[in-house]
Ligand binder design. Structure first.
Ligand code: AKB
Length: 319
């Protein structure tokens, strides 16, 4: 049977890259990208959708005979703290709509992005284990922890095949992040390329789990393509790749740009970062569906700079 894929939040940092990969894997005509804002640069099927609108979502599912849904729409950690109840409402209502439309219209598989943000101050900071008690410090983390349990409930009660990853901070050149605490690790590269000073909103020694976009996208595809019997954890899988601090990232960048300048001025996002793990134990992902990352900090830095130099050169920016 031909798979027909719907993506919510297709204009976001992960959603925009994932859409291109899914178009490559399933064919451009079999991928329906949706987002609350029109993306005029987008090629392929695109529908404007506010995922809080159940009828709008259901109409698209029926119109295109959708068989899989990747639910990438969410308000992230830093932006989420500016209006907590709205963040809860958006993040939960959109996922409830995806779960219900999937249950009622025989969707084969659903992908649900969770995050390291589900862990709180109480969890071990180093190699945080998969099954440790979740006490998130942000409403984004609370919504993702709740969403994980709803995913598990819909699997157990209705047999809905929902699969999920606890993403670390995602770093990529293809898109700009939006409202996350790990976003410094993307913005820093754009400043380095333009030979501009960078002010970091986290302290230099703030170590966080991170993953390069190529690895994050590959992990998403691999968990979704794994045999159903391999998916043992029906809340969400820990996913690990690398961990680093701003000062470690600067050292990696300065191997290419020795003159790169940075200053540190931590803000409210420091408190969010301090509540998160420094590194993640993802042995269950390794055991259950053979996860293996490919990029370390230096390989990521070189690939980011190579691609951003091309991007800025194409856009005729003097770099
Ligand atoms: C954020 O910083 O909010 C996200 C995340 C780690 O889930 N990038």
């Amino acid at each position: 049977m031909q798979e027909r894929i719907l993506i919510t939040g297709a204009g976001g940092q992960l959603g925009s890259v994932l859409t291109l990969k899914l178009q490559e894997n399933f064919g451009i005509d079999n991928v329906i990208a949706t987002d609350i804002h029109l993306d005029s640069t987008f090629s392929g099927h695109f529908e404007i959708l506010d995922a809080t609108d159940y009828k709008g979502l259901e109409d698209i599912v029926l119109k295109y005979s959708i068989t899989q849904i990747y639910h990438m729409a969410a308000i992230l950690s830093a932006n989420g703290e500016k209006n907590p109840l709205n963040t809860w409402d958006i993040n939960m209502k959109t996922f409830f709509n995806v779960l219900e439309v999937s249950r009622l219209h025989n969707i084969n598989k659903v992908f649900y992005p969770s995050s390291i943000a589900v862990y709180g101050e109480n969890a071990p900071k180093i190699n945080t284990p998969q099954d440790y008690f979740l006490a998130p410090a942000t409403v984004y983390g609370v919504s993702k922890a709740a969403g994980e349990n709803w995913a598990n409930y819909y699997y157990k009660k209705y047999g809905l095949d929902v699969r999920s990853l606890r993403y670390p901070g995602v770093i990529g050149y293809q898109s700009l992040p939006g409202g996350g605490t790990t976003d410094y690790a993307v913005d820093i590269f754009h400043k380095a390329i333009k030979k501009e000073h960078f002010e970091c909103f986290l302290n230099p020694t703030t170590t966080l789990p991170m993953i390069y976009m190529d690895d994050a996208i590959r992990a998403t595809i691999e968990i979704m393509e794994a045999p159903i019997e391999s998916i043992v954890i029906r809340t969400s899988y820990n996913l690990a790749s690398m961990s680093f601090s701003p000062e470690e990232l600067v050292a990696s960048i300065r191997k290419i740009y020795p003159e790169f300048q940075i200053s540190y001025n931590s803000d409210y996002r420091q408190g969010i970062a301090d509540s998160w793990p420094k590194s993640i134990d993802d042995k269950e992902a390794v055991t259950d569906w053979n996860w293996k990352p490919k990029y370390d900090i230096q390989a990521m830095t070189e690939d980011m700079i190579r691609n951003l130099k091309e991007k800025y050169t194409y856009e005729n920016l003097n770099i």
